[in-house]
Design a binder for this molecule. Structure first.
Ligand SMILES: [Zn+2]
Ligand SMILES: [Zn+2]
Length: 342
C-alpha cells in the first residue's frame, strides 16, 4: 500500500509499504478521507509528541475491510471514523474517566501509524460506525469530539454572549457547537475576510477583522481558537466579571502568555483549557449524522497522499481559501474521489 511517511522532522515521502496485519482485537480500515490538522504540521516540524518515522493522520474515516477474530461490533464493509487516542483503560487516569491523560497513551497518527495511508489498523474500541455519513464529514468526528469536550468543560448557559477568536475549521466548529448550547449572540474575530464570511453564514451574530470596537467586558465567555499567545492575552479584556475563558487553540510548545494577575483576581475569572476528548465520539457522529453540525462548508481542498506538503502550505499560508484540507488516498490511484458518496 501507499503511505505518507514522515521519516524525521521536515521529511515526508509517499512510500510503498506492507498493508498492516491486524490482531484479534483490531479492524483494518481502507482510508477514504483524512484531514490535515495543525497537530500534523507540528509533528511534521518535530514540535509535538510524535515518534519517528511516523505515518501522520488522526482525523479520518473509511471502510472496514477486515476484522480480527475477537471483534464483535464490525464487519467488512462498515463505514467508520476513528478516535485516535488509544487509552490503556487500566491506569489510574483511565479508571478515573480521564482517558485523555492515560499514563500509557498512544495516538494513531502520532505514536502509531495513522490515516495518511491507504490502510490503517486500529483497535476495535477506537472505531465508530458512521452509517451513511459521507466520508468527508466522517473525517470531522475527531476534531468535533475535541470541540465537544472543550464546550462541555466550559459549561455554557442559555443566552450567553460569546466571543470566538479565530474562524478557521476549529473556530467554526466551536461556533456551531456553542450555538447549539443556546448562545444568544456569537461574535467571531479573524483577520481573514473569507473566514469571517463563513462565520457569518455559520450563525455568528457579528464578525470583526480586528479587536478595535469590540466591547470591553462585553462577553460571558471568550474562546481562543488561535493558539497565538498575543491573541490569547486579549481574552481578559473582553470577558465580563465572573466570566469564563476557554483557551482551545494549541499554542507553540515553549510559548509564554502574560496575564494581568490582578485583572484575573478582580474579575473573578475562570480560565480553562481543554486537552483532546473523553468519550465524545458517539456524540460527534450523532451531531454530524443528524445535520445539527454541518461541515460541508469546511472542506476547501482534497489532495492525494503525495499532496501532504502542499496541503500544509495551503493551511499555513491561508492560500486559496484554505480551511480543512482532506487527503484522499484514492486520488493517488488516479481514481476520482466519489464526491456524491462522500
Ligand atoms: Zn487534529
Ligand atoms: Zn490508561
Amino acid at each position: 500500500m501507499k503511505a505518507a511517511v514522515i521519516e524525521k522532522p521536515g521529511e515526508i515521502a509517499v512510500k510503498e509499504i506492507p498493508v498492516p496485519a491486524i490482531t484479534d482485537h483490531e479492524v483494518l480500515i481502507e482510508v477514504k478521507a483524512s484531514g490535515i490538522c495543525g497537530t500534523d504540521i507540528h509533528i511534521f516540524r518535530g514540535e509535538y509528541l510524535g515518534t519517528y518515522p511516523v505515518i501522520p493522520g488522526h482525523e479520518f474515516s473509511g471502510v472496514v475491510t477486515a476484522v480480527g477474530a475477537r471483534v464483535t461490533r464490525f464487519k467488512a464493509g462498515d463505514h467508520v471514523a476513528v478516535e485516535p487516542n488509544i487509552s490503556c483503560d487500566n491506569c489510574a487516569a483511565c479508571l478515573s474517566n480521564r482517558q485523555n491523560f492515560c499514563e500509557k497513551w498512544n495516538g494513531v497518527g502520532v505514536t502509531l501509524p495513522g490515516g495518511m495511508a491507504q490502510f490503517v489498523a486500529v483497535p476495535e474500541k477506537a472505531a465508530f460506525d458512521i452509517g451513511t455519513l459521507p466520508f468527508r464529514a466522517g473525517a470531522f468526528v475527531e476534531p468535533l469530539s475535541c470541540v465537544l469536550h472543550g464546550v462541555q468543560r466550559t459549561g455554557f448557559s442559555l443566552a450567553d454572549k460569546v466571543l470566538i477568536l479565530g474562524a478557521g475549521p476549529i473556530g467554526i466548529l466551536l461556533l456551531k457547537t456553542i450555538l447549539l448550547e443556546g448562545a444568544s449572540a456569537i461574535t467571531s474575530v479573524d483577520k481573514n475576510e473569507a473566514r469571517l464570511e463563513l462565520a457569518r453564514v455559520s450563525g455568528a451574530a457579528s464578525v470583526a477583522s480586528s479587536f478595535e470596537g469590540l466591547p470591553e467586558d462585553g462577553f460571558d465567555v471568550v474562546v481562543d481558537a488561535t493558539g497565538v499567545p498575543a491573541v490569547m492575552e486579549k481574552t481578559l479584556g473582553f470577558v465580563r466579571s465572573g466570566g469564563r475563558i476557554l483557551l482551545f487553540g494549541v499554542p507553540p510548545r515553549t510559548s509564554k502568555v502574560a496575564f494581568d494577575a490582578f485583572t484575573v483576581f478582580r474579575k473573578g475569572l475562570t480560565i480553562l483549557s481543554s486537552y483532546t476528548s473523553v468519550r465524545n465520539s458517539i456524540q460527534a457522529v450523532r451531531l454530524l449524522a443528524s445535520g445539527k453540525i454541518d461541515v460541508s462548508s469546511l472542506v476547501s481542498h482534497e489532495v492525494p497522499l503525495s499532496g501532504f506538503r502542499r496541503g500544509i502550505e495551503l493551511i499555513e499560508q491561508g492560500k486559496e481559501g484554505a480551511l480543512k484540507v482532506l487527503i484522499r488516498p484514492e486520488l493517488d490511484e488516479g481514481k476520482p474521489a466519489r464526491r456524491n458518496h462522500g
